[in-house]
Design a protein around this ligand. Structure first.
Ligand code: GDP
Ligand code: MG
Length: 383
């Protein structure tokens, strides 16, 4: 079977669209007093400016539902905490009703997956009524077990944040974690700016608590931690590589035939979704032709020719299926690694879709991939 770059790219585009359309919706309730930094936090964690004023519609007296068409995330932003006990009681009840409503629907897209309770580190002390509130929420949440994360916002003083965190830990609140963050850089004066920090920790805690069905969604919507995106993308490569190994393909030369396996298409679709980028067909074609293309002049072709025999001891003696399975696996790993390199270059703005239309941009991509393959070959790369 001859390998066709165009067909492969089209299959990828289709798979990417399907993947994006089928991402489950993540639902988070963000609570805390007005001014603590909820909107700043939301805008710093997620890649769409969700918390901008104007978006969001009231769903209960104290909650606004913020979402954006085609973006698999819903935020319930609460307000009214500063209005005293009655309002706080109502907020609690509305949160519990929203959780219950989600549970009753038996649909992961409707369930509440997490609560972020925000406390401002910079303001003085947590009030006892806030602790009471958290306790009564935890009690009512005993059955539903929605994870509650306390986010210590505006923690530009790390010492103060640590002190507050320890104090809260001593309170034995039934919360998953207490995470100090500074969501946005804090400017003390023109010469002195405290850099934002802590969001990566929040992302890790979230990734650990969310169910598998929401992992791709979460990485898709978050923009605060590239490391976690990469970790998830590498898991997608591992899955596809295992699948490729299992495919009984025609024996060597498989360089052409093995490429079309669905596992690789699915892998590229997953990785694209994880990075939350839009990829054009022309970009995919540029990428695929450089990595796979046809014949032995491509990077993958050379990788296979030069290192296959070295990398797989006894390869010459293994019979048909095994060789092709191993080759397909190796090729899949290399393809996935190269694609991650491309995604990160685009994500960081080092390569743009426009660039790839120019010879200079193509050279840039070629250099990037060459470096990636070099690492792959020597086994020192991250892929
Ligand atoms: N520099 C900086 N300012 C923050 C941060 N969090 C909140 N603020 C400021 O605190 C004020 C209230 O924040 P906002 O996000 O609107 O709070 P909300 O009412 O809880 O949504 C705004 O002026 C923000 O700029 C932060 O992480 N860094
Ligand atoms: Mg707000």
């Amino acid at each position: 079977m001859a390998f066709n770059t165009e067909t492969f790219a089209e299959a990828c585009i289709k798979a990417i669209n399907e993947k994006m359309n089928n991402l489950k919706t993540l639902n988070i309730i963000v609570a805390g007093k007005t001014g603590v930094g909820k909107s700043t936090l939301i805008n710093s964690v997620f890649r769409e400016e969700l918390a901008a004023t104007g978006i969001g519609r009231p769903v209960t007296h104290h909650m606004r539902r913020i979402s954006k068409k085609g973006f698999p995330l819903t935020i319930y932003d609460t307000r009214g905490f500063e209005l005293g006990r009655d309002a706080q009681h109502q907020v609690r009840q509305e949160i519990l009703d929203t959780i219950k409503h989600g549970v009753d629907r038996h649909d992961i897209n409707e369930a509440i997956h997490c609560i972020w309770y925000c406390i401002n580190t910079a303001s003085n002390r947590v009030e006892p009524e806030e602790l009471d509130w958290l306790r009564s929420l935890a009690q009512a949440n005993q059955q539903t077990q929605v994870p509650v994360i306390i986010v210590l916002t505006q923690s530009f003083s790390k010492a103060k944040a640590a002190e507050l965190r320890n104090y809260l830990l001593d309170q034995n609140l039934a919360v998953l974690q207490i995470v100090p963050v500074l969501a946005a850089d804090y400017e003390i004066d023109q010469d002195y700016v405290i850099k934002a920090y802590g969001l990566d920790v929040l992302i890790k805690v979230m990734a650990e608590t969310l169910p598998e069905e929401l992992q791709d969604t979460f990485q898709n919507v978050q923009k605060a931690c590239l490391t976690e995106k990469r970790r998830r993308a590498q898991a997608a490569i591992a899955t596809a590589t295992t699948a490729a190994f299992g495919v009984g393909f025609t024996p060597i030369p498989v360089a052409d035939a093995a490429l079309l396996i669905p596992a690789q298409v699915a892998m590229l679709a997953s990785i694209t979704a994880i990075y939350g980028l839009t990829i054009s067909k022309s970009m995919l074609i540029a990428f695929i032709s450089m990595v796979l293309g046809t014949g032995g002049t491509t990077l993958a072709g050379r990788l296979l020719a030069s290192s296959l025999l070295k990398l797989l001891p006894g390869v010459g003696t293994i019979t048909g299926g095994t060789i092709s399975g191993a080759t397909a696996g190796m090729l899949t790993t290399a393809l996935g690694g190269a694609y991650i390199a491309l995604m990160e270059a685009v994500y960081k703005g080092e390569i743009s879709k426009q660039d790839l239309k120019t010879p200079a941009g193509q050279k840039q991509l070629r250099d990037l991939l060459r470096e990636q393959f070099r690492q792959n070959k020597t086994g020192s790369g991250k892929s």
